[in-house]
Ligand binder design. Sequence first.
Ligand code: ATP
Length: 587
Amino acid sequence: MNYSEVAEKYSQLEGISGRNEMTQVLAELLGRTPIGELPSLVYMTQGKLRPDYEGVELGLAEKLALRAVSTASGASPEKVYSTYVKHGDIGTAAEELLQKKGQGTLFSEGLTLKRVYDALLKIARQSGSGSIELKLRELASLLNDATPSEAKFIMRTVTGELRLGVADYTVLDAAATAFLGGKQARSAIERAYNVHPDLGFVVQAVASKGQEGIEEITVEIGIPIRPMLAERLNSAQAIVKKMGDKSVVAEYKLDGERLQIHKDGKEVKLFSRRLEVITGHYPDAVALVAKYVAARRAILEAEVVAVNQDTGEYLPFQELMHRRRKHGVDQAMADYPVALNFFDILFAGSTDLTGKPYKFRRKKLEELVRETERTRLVPAFTTSDPSRMEDFLEEAIANGCEGLVAKDPDSTYRAGAREFAWIKLKREYRSELTDTIDLVVIGAFHGKGRRAGTYGTYLLAAYDDKRKVHTSIAKIGTGFSDADLERIPNLLKPYESHVKPPGVESKMDPDIWFRPHMVMETIASELTLSPIHTAAMGRIRPGAGISLRFPKFTGKVRDDKGPEDATTEEEIVSMYNRQLKKIGTSQ
Ligand code: ATP
């Protein structure tokens, strides 16, 4: 398959925003791609190279990308930089400069999809000393053989900025259209994707074996399952009512990190909420699973929480941050031991349990997990009485939890879904205005006085999951400890950008932009309308967005969330409306 064909379809996709039309164009492209090349095509169309859980990251730093364009085009670094700033996009800059050079009019070897894919994979996988030069050479050689329009998409892909707006579900629809003659199989494909979240693999299965290929996809140890998520309601009463006035299982909502644990004999693998492999952060948890889970093969879910060594009490989430360091996990294990709090089991022996009701899974968990100081089952209490659930909430909070998660005992494990089979109840919902809000850092302003030399404030954005853009919502400067002020700029460094990154909408112009990556957890006293911020623009009042009043950083960098997992505009609008209602009733 020639890359020019792919680039042509990308150009077409760029001009489309309607989902149906997008599905059609994508279906044509899938239909024309040889089966063996489908996975690479699918990953690349999403601006990726492998399924997320393999952790192969694109996102060449700005500086290196500019150097590669300069080498390939022969333009001076100054010229490349000014062209980049003029367009605000490295892809268009590369296209223009290669056009000027006259590239593409001369004979050059045509690029294949395979060549581009292999080169990008090589670039992404290089690390360590000498890797910068190797990446540069590889990329420049690719650009040398590219037409200007191909170069545009190559540069956007390699910097992690190919934004065709193709959602996972659009790819699934396109596969159904291309290979099954319609969308009727959509829910089956979706199920397959939720239990085996590798789009390339799923599309290839559909293309090669049709309906049967989808049905063959099952839960597999070693492949993470998309997590089931919780909805939220404001009171125990509303929860019991929503679940049909029956007994529900209320559980402590522990404030730790979610782990999906895959045990295969002696081997134990841990996945985060975002399905990244984080086995290396918790060697102690691995040992606990090996010792106290009485199944040779199993997939379990647990909240891992730091505990006080002397008293066994739960400690706040922040204490897990010590596990994030590249070095020093041993020290962190000694200083901040953890306990595993199991709350679900999705596979045991050779049986997929996701289709079984929760009460069955919980029983299985009780059978298979040996409870010790460090391995526990999440405390649970079954009731249909809201006031007893409220009492349990108070108890959970007194024990250092965030609140409760109420679960429908008859529900199957709904992989990848946020539904009312799980409902969270936190105290903030009752006494304060809003829940914590997870926002993406898109920019920063230089600090003054005590903060000279670091950033004084950060510009944050919510996520518009319909248009797939990040929209500014607040400037934040409160809640940062000295350690945060030192560490956060370093964490953000690889995402710096001198132009407003694509997919970011803001009327403010910070001193430095960041490509959407880091998610900060914040709280605020209330939501207000603002003409300056673009989040939910025009949704409540024409010309006004929604902003946060007195925003404060909670101290949590949510690295278990990606920029697409941030609080959405839709959620912000409903929080705003809830707030209005509350104000209305208190008057
Ligand atoms: P939040 O920001 O409130 O943690 P979230 O978007 O990360 O929310 P939700 O689906 O809203 O995820 O809440 C469920 C999360 O709560 C899980 O991802 C898990 O980490 C945590 N959790 C703590 N205790 C439990 C429990 N008993 N059952 C399920 N999840 C639990």
